[in-house]
Design a protein around this ligand. Structure first.
Ligand SMILES: *[C@@H]1O[C@H](CO)[C@@H](O)[C@H](O)[C@H]1NC(C)=O
Ligand SMILES: *[C@@H]1O[C@H](CO)[C@@H](O)[C@H](O)[C@H]1NC(C)=O
Length: 175
């Protein structure tokens, strides 16, 4: 029994949290990717899906993630967030359907003059701005869950199994 626990831990440590590719950065249990190219806001969701199936335009719900995205993922270059409002009288909505429960608008933002999509300005650690969704000079960030190896116990078996077999099984699960 003790051997089994050690084996599982070793396999988990080896596999760890996995992002779609080395270009994605891991923070907490999420992977983030900044596009090297700019795009208009409405095309972002489909390009994220192409980059990694299941990935989506980034949503931000606390200061730590806001800072990570601005500084580590976008490296201060600025870019679209997955946040827009359908019109000036409607509320702001994250495109991934998560609640608009936190924001980091810059002073005087959003301006509410018809601009409907949120972005981080270049160098932008001072907060979010609202911009014209149609402009196509901003990069963007995609987000997806990391692919963590399951921590559930393997099925009970009467046969002893080797550490190599267990490690292989976990690797296959990940890839
Ligand atoms: C991040 O930005 C700094 C300052 O502009 C630059 O020197 C550095 O090469 C950038 N790093 C990456 C990974 O792009
Ligand atoms: C604004 O958008 C909301 C949500 O989509 C919609 O219910 C409302 O009718 C819209 N208002 C106007 C003036 O278009």
């Amino acid at each position: 029994m003790a051997l089994r626990v050690v084996t599982l831990s070793a396999a988990l440590a080896t596999a760890g949290a996995v992002c779609p590719s080395p270009q994605w950065l891991l923070y907490r249990d999420q992977c983030y990717w900044a596009s090297p190219f700019p795009l208009e806001w409405r095309s972002v969701a489909s390009v994220c899906e192409l980059q990694a199936p299941g990935s989506r335009h980034v949503s931000v719900h606390d200061l730590q993630v806001a800072a990570f995205v601005a500084e580590q993922v976008l490296n201060g270059t600025g870019g679209w967030l997955g946040l827009r409002r359908p019109n000036e009288s409607a509320g702001w909505q994250w495109s991934d359907g998560t609640p608009y429960d936190w924001h980091d608008w810059a002073a005087g933002q959003p301006r509410g003059d018809g601009e409907r999509c949120a972005y981080l300005q270049r160098g932008g650690t001072d907060g979010w701005r609202d911009g014209d969704c149609i402009v196509s000079y901003l990069r963007f960030v995609c987000q997806t869950e990391d692919q963590l190896v399951t921590t559930t116990e393997p099925p009970e078996t009467t046969q002893p199994y080797s550490t190599t077999a267990q490690a292989t099984e976990n690797s296959v699960t990940v890839s």
